[in-house]
Each structure stands twice: as structure tokens, then as C-alpha cells.
Design a binder for this molecule. Structure first.
Ligand SMILES: [Zn+2]
Length: 312
């Protein structure tokens, strides 16, 4: 937060105490107070994230269970991200930068699509994974990355912005890296979604305390505009995160570990447990969640959103 009470999204001095929610990761128990903006509806996690937040619990490393099965699905999701850029007028050839590149999977996909693609990644875990896959990334955060001014045609910030203590400062730097007319694709959870309301303090995409700002679309648009990035497209129908988020959030109301299936896949919760039975019993609800989230997305209330903005 830039100063107490000021919304990190829309910058209005309208933050007020909202609610206290349980930690979303079994490795980070306890309660966390949130404040909400009366102007744009975005929220912030007030207590700082523990220093090890991005290395512990679900982020502890190791290969997730079922990752072999998930690989084709993840590639399809990556291609979808490239489609969002293309539809907004950003096509190869050109320079693409993936910010928070993880293990470099999207960088590889963008290269295969014809982009001159690079990535920056702050975590050693991501760097190690990328190296193992033969993809070189710049080991840096947004604040210390070395990127030439105006050199980037398309940048992607996929589920990164909500993790940052100062999202405005990050966007200011990124806007400087983009060439005039360059495009930025941002993906974040949507606090104004139906699933956020249904999940309450156990909403899958709340991920407290790792998520620092909980954006609404209104708040994200305001933040982008303030940093010279004009939103040109907003997508609410996203197969990548939305149906799973809705289903897990509903099931999470009845499990002991929040979002048990996610944490079990990340080897962060015991596989043999009562929660496994509850989750198995809820499997028939998966098609219902897919259909419901599609309807919510078409109504502009998707669980996560993807926004493409143009550097003014
Ligand atoms: Zn606000």
C-alpha cells in the first residue's frame, strides 16, 4: 500500500476494515485481516506475507501429483493466452516478455509460436525448473530486472500482480519496458466474481496471505490506466482457472483443509483423509461447476479475468 487507507488499485482513500479470513495454505495457518475499498471494491491483505510464503506450503517445490496428465492441458491454456494477445493486435514477430515466468513453459510456447520470447523469474525454484527444461530466464524480480526501455512488443503478467506489495510500482516499470502501442496481458482473480462470493473466506483464489491485492475488474482497469496502459479487452470465460476455482471453493466449505484437492496435488496435504472422501463425493458437481462458471463468465462475473491493455 502506498499509504494507509489508500486503495492500491484505484488510488482512492477509501480502504476500510472488511473481514478476517483463515490462511489459505495449511503451511500458513492463522487469521488474516482484509480491508476493502469502498470505491472500486478491491481488497488488500493487511498483515505482511511471511518471508517464506513463496517457498513454503503449496509453493514448496517438488513435482505436483498428476503433472504428466496435466501437461497437454497446460499447453492448451498457454496457447489461449497467446490468442488473447493476437486478438488484441499483438502478433509475432516481435519481442515478448513473460514476467514471473516460473519454469519457462509459456516462454517456450511463445517461441514456438514465432515470438522472440524471454522471461524474468524471481524464485530459484522456477529458475531450476526452467534450466532443467533448457530454457534460460533472467533471474530477477520486476524491481531489479534489466530490460531496455521501450524494447518489448508484448508482455504477460499471469497471476503475478496480486502477489506484489506495490502493484502500481510494478506496472510503472513494465509500462516503461513496453514500446508505444505494445500490449500487456494481465491475469488476476476477480473479487467481484460469483465464486468469490460463494467461497467467502475459503474462496480458492483468495490465497491469503500470498495474495496482497484482491482486484475487481474496476480496480484493475483503474490501476492500468493510471500507469499509461489502456484496457482494450477483458475476458471472463477462462477454462484455465475458473471452473476449477468454483468447484473447489464450493467443496472447500466441507473439507477440513481449505482447497484440499489443490493442496493434495501440490503434496501439501495428506492424500488419505476424510477430505478425500468429501471431494470424491462432490465429483458429480464438476459438470455443474463448468456450466455455471460459463454462465457467470458470460455475465461478466468470471472467477478470474484476463485483461489486455495497450501502452499509450
Ligand atoms: Zn479502490
Amino acid at each position: 500500500m502506498s499509504e494507509p487507507g489508500r486503495c492500491p488499485a484505484c488510488d482512492e482513500p477509501a480502504l476500510a476494515p472488511w473481514r478476517t479470513v483463515p490462511g489459505s495454505d495449511p503451511a500458513m495457518p492463522g487469521d488474516y485481516a482484509l480491508a476493502r475499498c469502498a470505491s472500486c471494491g478491491s481488497a488488500v491483505t493487511l498483515a505482511p506475507a511471511p518471508a517464506e510464503a513463496h517457498e513454503a506450503g503449496a509453493y514448496g517445490g517438488g513435482t505436483p501429483r498428476g503433472s504428466g496428465l496435466a501437461a497437454p492441458l497446460l499447453r492448451a491454456f498457454d496457447r489461449r493466452r497467446l490468442t488473447f494477445l493476437e486478438r488484441a493486435g499483438a502478433r509475432p514477430p516481435g519481442r515478448l516478455l513473460d514476467i514471473g515466468a516460473g519454469r519457462g513453459r509459456f516462454v517456450a510456447q511463445a517461441r514456438a509460436a514465432g515470438w522472440d520470447a524471454a522471461g524474468i523469474e524471481p524464485s530459484l525454484r522456477g529458475m531450476g525448473g526452467a534450466q532443467a527444461a533448457g530454457i534460460e530466464l533472467q533471474h530477477a524480480g520486476i524491481e531489479d530486472a534489466v530490460v531496455a526501455t521501450g524494447s518489448i512488443d508484448a508482455a504477460t503478467l499471469w497471476h503475478v500482480l496480486e502477489h506484489l506489495d506495490d502493484p502500481g510500482a510494478a506496472l510503472e516499470r513494465i509500462a516503461g519496458w513496453l514500446a508505444p502501442g505494445g500490449r500487456l496481458l494481465v491475469g488476476v482473480p476477480n473479487l467481484a466474481s460469483v465464486q468469490a462470493r460463494a467461497g467467502g473466506g475459503r474462496w480458492y483464489h483468495l490465497d491469503v496471505p500470498r495474495h496482497r491485492t484482491h482486484f475487481t475488474v474496476e480496480g484493475l482497469h483503474a490501476l492500468l490506466r493510471r500507469h499509461g496502459l489502456q484496457p482494450v479487452a477483458t475476458h471472463h470465460v477462462l477454462a484455465e482457472h475458473n471452473p476449477f476455482g468454483l468447484w473447489v471453493s464450493v467443496v472447500s466449505r466441507s473439507t477440513r483443509v481449505p482447497s484440499w484437492l489443490y493442496h493434495a496435488l501440490k503434496r501439501n496435504a495428506p492424500l488419505r483423509s476424510r477430505d478425500a472422501l468429501v471431494t470424491a463425493a462432490a465429483l458429480p458437481l464438476v459438470p455443474v461447476a463448468i456450466a455455471a462458471e460459463l454462465a457467470f463468465g458470460l455475465a461478466g462475473r468470471g472467477g478470474t479475468v484476463a485483461v489486455v491493455a495497450r501502452r499509450v
